[in-house]
Design a protein around this ligand. Structure first.
Ligand code: T1G
Length: 707
């Protein structure tokens, strides 16, 4: 292990460097390695103080999460940090932590066990464990309140939000800001404190007293709101409360109990799955290693509607100048007013400084012509969702684009190959499906066509990261990954209303399951006319005699297009607050009567199972068709694009958690009740369930075949 941690001498100061790329995670053997070198330095009479620093881009970014991921396979993580941290704190010579990059989780806990902390201006410190369904498990909930105060410790541990270096200095987490070379600054600081007594954080109780009695209650209430359904934030608050009430050692024991409860929870397994999934989706098997993404320094967008405007803002927010074009001045002005309004709102809420908002707005050039489009590295088409219209636009884009310019379509469902057939260079055509609002939603569905060049795929995936998105690669089929799955999900929700459930009951059942919003509320937000246009585009694929939801078309015929029309499945007031609408219930009753659909009392469990398992079943087909590279790609698509709760890991991981044989059984019940045209189990699901395998296992197996 020596090479991952090393000791160097700088005259009277010993420097211990952790060199475990890419993020100096505390994996098995590393704490032991540090402890050994610490002992060595402590024994050395020439050494007056010790500096601990990370090599590469960051300090310690936490414990090695892969250790915790082993839980899924029934292994116990080989990581106990308490003794290692006590060894640091009880070192007879001052230990100075030199922080740059990220001191997260076990990294901040290690830093706080030191006697002093110096920090580089760009560094961030935090306890993000709750984002993994965990809590700090190495006395972070006990030492942080002693340095930063109880209120701040509650906030940092319950939200997982990191704070910048200057704030860490102001709070007393850090002792000095090093503007110059960090190592030199740390060594100089170590010399300054070498003769002073080394303060032990665990003995610093002066900040524990100033706790407002209502603090923990208010924090729990806030955690229940912002972390709806998540258990770890509440456990983190309990642990910090223990710090305010109990002596250090007892507080640590309480933290360890709470940590273990989280560690063996399905929420933690799901969130750790999502953490690594977010990174896995960026890896495209089969893309030649020598294919390097092209630089995108200028962009252009066609269409200044809701999507076009949001896409232009996304480029501007990432520092990329962007032209936005419309066909009519009025539409262009409307689009720019929305963009200006969004930036004004962000500045008013303090999310952006006024100067920053103006800078970003200035990067957007509105115009009615294609002037300057021949300078763009990528042109994104965001016009009406119609193949004929899009092909006309792609023919124009081909004429004006410079060689090597990527031609991207923001279509959410239409055939990329069909659209590409209108371009002179179909190998430069790719789908870049942003989610509404495009400047907010983190998912970018990148759709490869039959002829899309590998470099275009690599560039679109890299661009996604540059735009702050999580890019997932999908194959070309109606609806790609996301919308192909959302169709049966919505279908079941609409059927359930025809069969007797109320719109509110359907929405509430999925909301309580953890979805960001119910399916019909999502339909109303997106606009029922979008689904209507797509159904018309794909009507020719509908199998005659197979039951289709009647209600959504009826609502559209009544111009009830959802929130933007003030009514859809629900009624909406000026603040877009939904309320039940008897007219929809009456329409449902009439539809049921005309179609001889028996209406009945429906339980929430049936609503959740039919909607979620419709997702899973279609997901399994998508996986088998190769439209999604891995089951985890589907999970990440649904977590970041469709509001699926990350603490359930995404639809495919959730199905693994429930057990595929159970999921198959429920789907077979639905097949018996509603017919195999709607509910025949996906062959892959049947195979895996019968073999006692999982989607996660399928990914591993597919990966091993690809390597
Ligand atoms: N353990 C293992 N691998 C990690 C890791 C970690 N803590 N952090 C990152 N990686 C891998 C990641 O999977 C990727 O791998 C590569 O490093 C680069 O990461 C006891 C219980 C530090 C801000 O939650 O937030 O400490 O894909 O692409 O964008 O109380 O990584 O290349 O194979 O994200 O520059 C708490 C998690 C752990 C921090 C860098 N710590 N990491 O972002 O790179 S729990 C965290 C991050 C804990 C203790 C508890 C970010 C980053 P690959 P990346 P980046």
């Amino acid at each position: 292990m020596a090479e991952l941690v090393r000791l160097t001498r700088h005259d009277d100061i010993a420097v211990i460097t952790i060199d475990n790329p890419p993020v100096n995670a505390l994996g098995p053997g590393i704490p032991e390695g540090i402890e050994a070198l610490l002992g060595e330095a402590a024994q050395d009479d020439h050494v007056r103080a010790i500096v601990l620093i990370g090599a590469g881009q960051t300090f310690i970014a936490g414990a090695d999460i892969r250790e915790f991921a082993k839980i899924v396979s029934g292994e116990r993580p080989r990581l106990s940090l308490y003794p290692f941290l006590l060894a640091i704190e009880d070192c007879p010579k001052p230990v100075v932590m030199a922080i740059h990059g990220a001191a997260f989780g076990g990294g901040l806990e290690t830093a706080m066990a030191g006697h002093y902390r110096v920090i580089a201006p760009g560094a961030q410190v935090g306890q993000p464990e709750v984002k993994l369904g965990l809590i700090p498990g190495a006395a972070g909930t006990q030492r942080l309140p002693r340095l930063a105060g109880v209120a701040k410790a509650v906030e940092m541990c319950a939200t997982g939000q990191s704070i910048p270096a200057r704030e860490a200095l102001e709070l007393g987490i850090a002792d000095r800001l090093i503007e110059s070379d960090l190592l030199e600054g740390a060594i100089a600081f170590a010399r300054d404190v070498a003769a002073k007594p080394a303060p032990k954080t665990r003995e610093r109780n002066e900040k524990l007293g100033d706790t407002h009695p209502a603090l923990f209650g208010m924090a729990r209430e806030q955690a229940r709101k912002s972390g709806r359904g998540m258990t770890a934030p509440l456990a983190a608050i309990d642990a910090v409360e223990a710090a305010a009430r109990l002596p250090f050692d007892e507080g640590c024991r309480r933290e360890a109990e709470l940590f273990d409860e989280c560690l063996y929870s399905s929420q933690s397994r799901s969130l750790i799955h999502a953490f690594f999934g977010e990174r896995t989706v960026a890896k495209i098997p089969g893309l030649p290693k020598d294919v390097k993404p092209a630089e995108v320094t200028r962009a252009a967008v066609i269409g200044a509607g809701t999507m076009g405007g949001g896409i232009a803002m996304t480029f501007a927010n990432a520092g990329i100048p962007v032209i936005i074009k419309e066909t009519a001045a009025e539409a262009l002005e409307r689009g720019m007013n929305t963009i200006r309004g969004n930036y004004a709102k962000s500045a008013a809420k303090g999310r952006l400084s006024q100067a920053d908002a103006e800078q970003r707005l200035a990067r957007i050039t509105p115009q009615l012509s294609y002037e300057g489009f021949d300078q763009a590295d990528i042109i994104v088409e965001a016009v009406f969702e119609n193949t004929v219209v899009k092909k006309q636009v792609f023919a124009e884009m081909s004429r004006i684009a410079k060689p090597g310019c990527i031609l991207a379509s923001n279509t959410s469902s239409l055939d990329i190959d069909e659209i590409a057939s209108a371009a002179s260079h179909p190998d430069m055509v790719i789908g870049t499906h942003f989610f509404s609002p495009a400047h907010v939603m983190r998912l970018l569905e990148v759709v490869r066509g039959r002829e899309t060049a590998p470099r275009v795929i690599a560039t679109a995936m890299a661009l996604g990261k540059k735009l702050g998105k999580i890019a997932v690669l999908a194959g070309n089929c109606p609806g790609f990954i996301g919308n192909r799955m959302v169709a049966p999900y919505l279908r079941e929700a609409q059927f359930l209303v025809e069969e007797g459930a109320s719109v509110e009951q359907v929405n509430q059942a999925l909301y309580d399951f953890g979805m960001a919003m119910g399916p019909l509320a999502m339909d109303d937000l997106a606009g029922l006319d979008i689904g209507w246009a797509i159904r018309k585009e794909f009507a020719r694929f509908e199998k005659p005699g197979v039951r289709q939801p009647r209600l959504p078309d009826l609502l559209c015929e009544l111009r009830r297009f959802g929130q933007k029309a003030g009514r859809g499945w629900s009624l909406y007031d000026a603040d877009r607050k939904p309320s039940p609408d008897r007219e929809v219930t009456a329409l449902a009753e009439k539809t049921a009567r005309e179609a001889s659909i028996p209406r009945r009392t429906i339980l929430d469990e049936e609503i959740v199972d039919r909607c979620i398992y419709a997702l899973v079943n279609e997901g399994a087909r998508i996986l088998e068709d190769g439209i999604a590279l891995r089951a985890v790609d589907i999970d990440i698509t649904y977590i970041y694009g469709y509001g699926f709760p990350a603490w359930r890991g995404g639809p495919m991981f959730y199905a693994d958690t429930v057990g595929l044989p159970n999921v198959l059984m429920r789907i077979q019940e639905s097949e018996r009740t509603h017919g195999s045209d709607l509910w025949s189990p996906a062959p892959l699901l049947t195979r895996l369930a019968n073999k006692g395998q999982t989607f996660a296992g399928f990914d591993k197996q597919r990966e091993s075949v690809r390597v």
